[in-house]
Design a protein around this ligand. Structure first.
Ligand code: ATP
Length: 220
């Protein structure tokens, strides 16, 4: 496989905050269209690695390339643009804006990513995740599972090549969580998206094509 087939190509990544070595030489290569679980116990460094791979935190050492862009050499503005266009994120706690509707929550990031037809596409995305009847609802009017469906529509709406799902079922009961993962994998397969699922849940991790385990800031 060539480097260009890799959506994530990280070499010897270190992250040191204060005196603490948090990531200690992480190597991670994820191919286009792959689904990979990043599995690890609490404190193993999953969130820190996510922050580095999404450009929210700069690595202290090593090289991080995402969709062909070397994050280490980008300025802040270019990093922010890269995040908007290339990376979608589904978080555990939904993180929808409470004062705007489901449709607006999906449309706003699409507009920021430069899509002229964001409003129509937001409607289509929400329909694709089974929420055609909830377009004008505010987050507080939606169940936890429905809010997570909105979060999936929002993350995949701009068709980023790479989507991270950080404990995407964490706030949900088992059946709802499984339905959310079914939906996420279904949309990933339909769109050919690369998906990285960050989790401490072995059963969830096993549903991904490959499992990468982090132990104490290193890939085990
Ligand atoms: N700003 C910081 N300064 C110093 N240490 C930190 C900082 N942020 C995180 N850490 C430490 O880095 C280690 C990894 O934390 P991280 O949040 O990445 O782990 P995690 O695997 O995501 O854990 P969890 O599943 O509990 O969210 C932990 O020991 C944590 O205490």
């Amino acid at each position: 496989m060539t480097t260009s087939d890799m959506v994530i190509d990280a070499h010897d990544v270190t992250l040191t905050l204060g005196e603490t070595a948090i990531l200690r030489g992480v190597d991670l290569a994820v191919a286009r269209g792959e689904s990979v679980a990043l599995l690890g116990a609490s404190g193993s460094g999953k969130s820190s690695l996510l922050a580095v791979l999404t450009g929210l935190e700069r690595a202290s050492g090593g090289q991080v390339t995402v969709d062909g862009l070397d994050l280490g050499i980008l300025g802040e503005d270019a990093l922010a643009r890269a995040r908007r266009g290339r990376i979608g994120v589904v978080l555990q706690a939904f993180h929808l804006l409470p004062t705007i509707t489901a449709r607006e929550n999906v449309a706003v990031p699409m507009e920021l990513a430069g899509h002229d037809d964001a409003w129509d596409r937001a409607g289509e995305e929400l329909t694709a995740v089974g929420l055609a009847h909830r377009l004008d609802h505010y987050p507080a009017q939606l169940s936890g599972g429905e809010q997570q469906r909105v979060a999936i529509a929002r993350a995949l709406g701009s068709r980023p090549p790479l989507v991270f799902a950080d404990e995407p079922t964490g706030n949900l009961d088992t059946a709802t969580g499984e339905a959310i993962m079914d939906l996420l994998f279904e949309r990933q397969a339909a769109l050919g998206t690369t998906l990285v699922v960050i989790t401490h849940d072995h059963a969830l991790a096993a549903r991904c094509g490959r499992v990468v385990t982090l132990v104490d800031g290193r890939v085990a």
